[in-house]
Design a protein around this ligand. Structure first.
Ligand code: PLP
Length: 454
């Protein structure tokens, strides 16, 4: 069996001695030791102790087509044998990058005909910062450099990506960059008291207009947001929110950046979340699902408004990465996107397994610990509460020192399901290939773990 020949204790010792993990308290990790993953197949993972675990998080929201796709590894192998690397600087290109750019222009909403490639979502959002500032400079508005993001938004871990994001713990380590501001997130449970969801959506979008007026519209370059906030806790906005954000951006001619690193390539039951939210962004950030995480790749889809200035009139764009348009990453993406299209995974999430997951997951509302579960496509979340109430904002939360979310996450793992805890909000984002039988298995495992948490 997988992991049989792994000396877990020895691996943990080396891990703790040499490997600095992201977002990890190393003193605590050294006591416990890391979980050693050794194999994946479909929606399942195996660790070095031989445990079989359902991956309710698609790795980190990325393994959309599931594990063990040999056609992707073969595409990668063939490309490595043919041309493992060449850069796309200095008037050079490569076939997989051109093919992928062409395919993305086809899959993206109509005004998107260009793409800038990176290796990650963070680099793509850094690219956005330079690109939107360059756009306004080229039009002669040199003061128009401020970008507005949202509290608890997540746009990556580079210094600029973390600044655009609204994670205070990241701002506290490494500081902010100038020219970034934040507004509140459209979190009905937190701020919607006394309003309908529809009313709250308008109010929360109105915070953008307030911020623009506070800063001065002539200073504001762009607004950035995730169609559905992921790492902030799967915050599904009211349906009125995004159209109102679009209206405000249009009114002040502010560029709209949709960070679709999680929501791109089918996760919400549309190829892009912008389509579902009925917005027309000027730039779309993507990563994760473009290769299902098999190899790193990200980028920015550039709409015609920005492309017509940056590309047609901009001269040199002084920006780029060694791995922009990496042929191996692009080859993996081409095969991954073929799978997503041929297996009709986006429409499955839209009309078949997505609604099924929503119904099964939302039935967890009957559990004494759970308040107001909700789902959008293949992302879902529920709140663990001390006392339930009819209105989500009237539920009594656990104390932050109780650590109930983390305790529950441990029970989830012991019950063979990976779920993420954001405070006391438990979230999932399973691979898009998860079947109805597997959804039932997943929700059953979640329910057992909730019982164990009681
Ligand atoms: N943007 C969003 C919405 C994300 O969820 C993430 C990662 O989780 C990023 C950007 C950063 O992507 P990466 O970790 O590939 O740099």
């Amino acid at each position: 069996a997988a992991g049989q020949d792994v000396d877990t204790a020895a691996v943990r010792k080396l891990d703790s001695a040499h490997f600095i993990h992201p977002f990890t308290d190393h003193a605590a990790l050294a006591d416990k030791g890391a979980r050693v993953m050794v194999r994946g197949e479909g929606v399942y993972l195996w660790d070095s102790d031989g445990n079989k675990i359902m991956d309710g998080m698609s790795g980190l929201w990325c393994v959309n087509v599931g594990y063990g796709r040999t056609s992707i590894s073969q595409a990668v192998y063939r490309q490595m044998e043919t041309l493992p690397f060449y850069n796309s600087f200095f008037n050079t290109t490569n076939l997989p990058a051109v093919q992928l750019a062409t395919l993305l222009a086809d899959l993206a909403p109509p005004s998107f005909k260009h793409v800038f490639f990176t290796s990650s979502g963070s680099e793509a959002n850094d690219t956005n910062v330079r690109m939107v500032r360059r756009y306004w400079d080229l039009l002669g508005y040199k003061d128009r450099h401020t970008i507005i993001g949202r509290i608890n938004g997540y746009h990556g871990s580079t210094v600029a990506g973390a600044a655009l994001g609204g994670m205070s713990g990241m701002h506290a380590q490494g500081g902010m960059i100038p020219g970034v501001a934040h507004i509140g997130q459209p979190n009905y449970a937190e701020s919607g008291r006394g309003m309908t969801e529809a009313e709250f959506g308008i109010v929360a979008a109105g915070w953008l207009e307030e911020k623009i007026l506070e800063l001065g519209p002539e200073k504001v370059a762009a607004f950035i947001g995730e169609p559905v906030q992921g790492a902030g806790g799967v915050i599904i906005p009211p349906s009125t929110y995004w159209p109102e954000i679009q209206r405000i951006c249009d009114k002040y001619e502010i560029l709209l950046i949709a960070d679709e690193v999680i929501t791109g390539f089918g996760r919400l039951g549309a190829m892009f979340g912008s389509e579902l939210m009925q917005i027309k962004p000027d730039l779309i950030t993507f990563a994760k699902g473009v290769t299902s995480g098999y190899v790193p790749l990200g980028g920015v889809l550039v709409g015609s408004r920005v492309a017509s200035v940056l590309i047609d009139k901009g001269g040199d764009f002084n920006h780029g990465f060694t791995y922009s348009g990496h042929p191996v990453s692009c080859a993996a993406a081409l095969e991954n996107l073929r799978i997503i299209q041929d297996e009709k995974l986006v429409s499955a999430v839209a009309v078949d397994t997505g609604p099924y997951l929503r119904q099964a997951f939302c039935a967890l509302a009957s559990h004494p610990l759970v308040s107001h579960p909700d789902a959008c496509g293949f992302v879902a979340g529920l709140n663990l509460v001390k006392k339930k109430a009819d209105a989500v904002y009237d539920c009594e939360p656990f104390g932050s020192d109780d650590g109930v979310g983390m305790i529950c996450r441990g029970h989830m793992f012991n019950n063979g399901i990976i779920m993420r805890a954001v405070g006391d909000r438990m979230i999932i984002a399973p691979p898009l290939v998860m079947t109805k039988v597997q959804i039932d298995e997943m929700v059953g495992r979640i329910r057992d773990a909730l019982d164990a948490t009681l």
